[in-house]
Design a protein around this ligand. Structure first.
Ligand code: PMT
Length: 418
């Protein structure tokens, strides 16, 4: 084991999906696969229809030791989401050779075959392109504009080289050699040491919801969003792609990392935003203080104070967290429990009743933690254990909670995969 750790390189055991498009340089990909395999890198191949005109899929099947993927649909396809499975498997999608056509499709988000669809399912930093085309096509302003756009998006462009071309011309456009591409791949993995949550999609709710009574009044709670926003930042700091679904708060969007904020007002809007983003989500965290009830009949005009007393009928809001955990294929689901008493009993009750993977419980209704405070203290429970995170700044508590989430997520995924 010690020996194995010593000799492990950052690229050993990494997964590369190699996209091969229709160009004469497709034959160079045979050597490329062999060299990648020799370096301990796993390779699965996607070929476009045009690529199969240059080299047969069987050749790549034999070299890579894996079935070659050529189509989105058809009798050979075992799963309707094969493109997503390939994207999830890949640490890097390398398109080599990449024609002017695939370069244009990647730049414009066109997904009309398996390769272009997989490329759209990945983040830009997980893409690398080794162009191969005739000099005129390479110099064409359309291609140059596409390359410059892809470059500015952070997509890796490796090559092309200059020299003799299959068409007889001399100039830029040749695919770089296999050995050079492998060096680029190794460097990529060395330089982009993956963060623990790289490639993970996380949806998190934060803040309160507001349930309107009439055009000028609403029912809400004391949540400031500080806990949820600190968690969103801590998750992004660990490489996750975060969708922060936020109720009305006065905080700015967390500045660093891959965080998209979606603002909502009511519980119903929060539920809609969550379910619009839940597909492909790996981890869901429910930090929001969602109103349990909403007003049955929202008045369309300001209510007048004509009587001495008045009653407002409330109806139950959907339990967003519970509905996420009840999905057929739920993400790893983390809830919060805000309690004024009986913290452990109520939190464990919610963990079980809602079938959560974890719950972070906090005492609320006091001034130094919980709602609106800059600090918090959490008692985190999961199936067979718990951990107390002592009173600290919410951003520090958030880092510690994310650490537990990662440990539990890894542990449960390992169990699932054995
Ligand atoms: O925003 P801050 O000022 O920083 O305060 C942080 C916090 C106290 C709001 C936070 O730490 C917290 O405890 N959030 C959960 C608040 C809450 O609504 O707890 P609950 O015990 O009522 O709900 C249990 C869980 O179900 C929560 O994950 C909640 O998001 C979820 N829920 C509740 C009701 C509902 N209709 N839908 C839900 O998804």
């Amino acid at each position: 084991m010690q020996e194995q750790i010593k000799t492990m390189k950052p690229y050993t055991g990494k997964n590369v999906v190699l996209g091969i498009t229709g160009g004469i340089a497709a034959y160079k990909s045979i050597e490329l696969i062999r060299r990648l395999n020799d370096s301990g890198i796993n390779v699965r191949v996607i070929m476009t229809k045009a690529a199969t005109e240059f080299v047969t899929p069987m050749t790549f099947e034999a070299i890579s030791g894996n079935a070659v993927h050529t189509e989105m649909f058809g009798p050979r396809i075992k799963s309707a989401i094969e493109h997503i499975e390939l994207a999830r498997w890949a640490d890097l999608l390398l398109i080599a050779p990449a024609t002017a056509n695939i370069i244009a499709k990647v730049n414009h988000g066109i997904a009309d075959d398996l390769l272009s669809t997989v490329s759209l399912a990945l983040t830009d930093i997980d893409l690398a392109i080794a162009p191969a085309m005739n000099l005129g096509m390479w110099q064409n302003p359309a291609t140059q504009k596409n390359i410059s756009d892809l470059n500015s998006r952070g997509i890796n462009i490796w090559g092309p080289a200059s020299g003799f071309q299959a068409c007889g011309e001399i100039g830029s456009g040749r695919m770089i050699e296999a050995a050079e591409i492998v060096d680029y791949v190794k460097n990529y993995f060395v330089n982009n040491q993956q963060l623990p949550l790289s490639g993970k999609k996380i949806v998190i709710t934060a803040g309160p919801t507001r349930e309107p009574v009439d055009p000028v009044r609403f029912i809400t709670n004391r949540s400031s969003g500080k806990m949820g926003y600190a968690l969103a930042q801590a998750l992004a700091d660990n490489g996750a792609e975060v969708k922060l679904i936020s109720g009305p708060v006065s905080l700015s969007k967390p500045a660093v990392g891959d965080i998209e904020r979606i603002t909502v007002e009511t519980a119903m809007q929060m539920k809609e935003a969550v379910f619009d983003n839940i597909d492909g989500c790996d981890i869901f965290v429910g930090t929001a203080a969602v109103a349990d009830y909403r007003i049955a009949d929202i008045a369309d005009k300001k209510l007048k104070k004509s009587q001495d007393d008045m009653r407002i009928d409330l109806i139950k809001n959907p339990d967003i967290l519970g509905e996420v955990a009840a999905l057929k294929k739920p993400p790893f689901t983390v809830g919060f429990a805000a309690e004024t008493d009986n913290l452990e009993k109520y939190a464990k009750g919610k963990l079980e009743a809602k079938k959560l993977n974890m719950i972070a419980a906090n005492i609320v209704g006091v001034s130094d933690k919980g709602f609106d405070s800059d600090k918090n203290e959490l008692h985190v429970f999961w199936k067979d254990n718990s951990k107390i995170l002592q009173l600290e700044e919410k951003r520090v508590i958030a880092d510690k909670l994310v650490h537990i989430i990662m440990e539990r997520y890894d542990a449960e995924n390992k169990i699932k995969n054995t």
